[in-house]
Design a protein around this ligand. Sequence first.
Ligand SMILES: CC(C)(COP(=O)(O)OP(=O)(O)OC[C@H]1O[C@@H](n2cnc3c(N)ncnc32)[C@H](O)[C@@H]1OP(=O)(O)O)[C@@H](O)C(=O)NCCC(=O)NCCS
Length: 221
Amino acid sequence: MKDERIVILGMGGHGKVAHDILCQKHYPDHVFFLDNDVDKWNQCYHGSRCLGAIKENLSGWDGLFIAIGDNVVRWHLMNMVEKQGYFCQVAIDESSMSTRCIIHQGAMLAKGAILGVGSVVRRCAILNSGCIVDHECDIGRCVHIAPGAKLAGGVKVGDRAFVGLGANIIQGVTIGPDAVIGAGSVVLKDVPQGEVWAGVPARKIKENECINVETNTADIS
Ligand SMILES: CC(C)(COP(=O)(O)OP(=O)(O)OC[C@H]1O[C@@H](n2cnc3c(N)ncnc32)[C@H](O)[C@@H]1OP(=O)(O)O)[C@@H](O)C(=O)NCCC(=O)NCCS
């Protein structure tokens, strides 16, 4: 495990979080970054070097992880990687807790994240620091549950949706794909696809204008 060569796509804040987790099991000098920001090329972060831009051809690595915080950008990279026949590895911090649940490739459980029994976290979803996703939740592909958010049992979150910092979602609620839940909100009912909800209790404040029309091109469950 320690000898594998791992590449992290993205050297921003989320990339650094991923690096911290992956270096719990890999030597830092065997972990590398790729980032499209030319200023990051050849930079070294805690023993791991940025080799250059994110390439179309990602062959030659023992493992890769997509560490881009933007859900739609991560979605496109996930599709690019999977079209090449590769799958991302998981990044599960040793301080997170999860038992009897399913965590798909490319997902991250950051520091202190708690995942309840019977839950599923689908590909490239992020459970960020200190969030609680209770029993039998279904977290879609490329979802981001921000730090400190709490989801009660049986909550479903659609692909690419974002649940903001410290938001609370009561049991059984469905958050539609590409929906956004504002920081600190309390969600008491279902949120339709592509809507931005915020407040206590949460109400619709606008449409999510950041939806990328090409997000439905690949149905890879
Ligand atoms: C919900 C959110 C995405 C909306 O951002 P935005 O599109 O820039 O919206 P605006 O700031 O223009 O706000 C629109 C209205 O909603 C209100 N609003 C925005 N966010 C809110 C929130 N979290 N709770 C309550 N009301 C909120 C604003 O006060 C404003 O009300 P007004 O029209 O009466 O003045 C953003 O405020 C938010 O909460 N982001 C989450 C950030 C986060 O969790 N980051 C963690 C990163 S890991």
